[in-house]
Design a protein around this ligand. Structure first.
Ligand code: APR
Length: 230
């Protein structure tokens, strides 16, 4: 029998217990930074140094962080299921946690790309400074999808969601599209779970169950349940 397919949509909340700030919680990143300054093409045109500083700081923090029990538990699911992770996160904690199929909708902090050619992507563990050049001679920029830019990876994510037997949403406010709309591609009969420690307006979707816990607790609970049911 073929393995059942699990698709998991994650947001900043799954990395919160690794010490990485979310965006919209109190004390979150957008409380102290204006989105239009640090995460938009217009902000980059106006003040690229500010943008580079912001992501350099994020990258330095990421290199100090470790995957938490939620990341590790999701990797365990691969023992019995065909698992695809669709993440809005730009960290690499799913990779380091051991998951093998990961779609990064919003880019990756540990990559940089040419300002002139979005397909010219290079690895990046150090700060990016003004004057750092891509192989085509253009300025390097973070490999991050900014507000107002297309989200090309959504096309890879949708077919997985359509085929999911089980769809799990973890630690996202579902405030940003197109990621927030992915749940609407699930089939009626698929099992749907949402894990978040805060009460939130739930998408109006059949068969959706809410686990009102932080990621480490909620994901371990769900993973144990799925592994023992199957
Ligand atoms: N475990 C699970 N969820 C948590 C935890 C935790 N320990 N702590 C907070 N959360 C939840 C919050 O309740 C909230 O629902 O994580 C969610 C974080 O929401 P946002 O800060 O809006 O982050 P996210 O949904 O990932 O943002 C989407 O917005 O700015 C952009 O590009 C950025 O990818 C990001 C996108």
């Amino acid at each position: 029998m073929s393995r059942r397919k699990v698709v998991i949509l994650t947001g900043a909340g799954i990395s919160a217990e690794s010490g990485i700030k979310t965006f919209r919680d109190s004390g979150g990143l957008w409380e102290n930074h204006r989105i239009e300054d640090v995460a938009s093409p217009e902000g980059w045109q106006r003040n690229p140094k500010l943008v580079l500083d912001f992501y350099n700081q994020r990258r330095r923090q990421l290199l100090q962080a470790q995957p938490n029990r939620a990341h590790l538990a999701l990797a365990e699911l691969e023992k019995k299921f065909d698992v695809t992770i669709v993440t809005q996160n730009v960290d690499d904690l799913h990779e380091r946690g051991g998951s093998t199929k990961i779609i990064h909708l919003h880019g990756e902090l540990l990559k940089a790309r040419s300002e002139q050619n979005e397909s010219l992507v290079v690895d990046c563990v150090n700060d990016i400074l003004l004057g750092h050049k891509a192989p085509d001679g253009a300025q390097l920029r973070p490999h991050i999808v900014w507000f107002g830019e297309p989200v090309p990876e959504i096309e890879n994510a949708v077919p997985h969601v359509k085929e999911a037997d089980i769809f799990v949403v973890i630690g996202t406010s579902l405030a940003v599209y197109p990621a927030a709309g992915l749940i609407h591609y699930t089939t009626y009969e698929s099992e749907k779970w949402l894990i978040d420690p805060n009460e939130m307006p739930l998408p109006r979707i059949p068969n959706l169950k809410f686990i009102n816990e932080k990621a480490t607790v909620g994901v371990e609970f769900l993973v144990n349940r799925l592994l023992s049911d199957d």
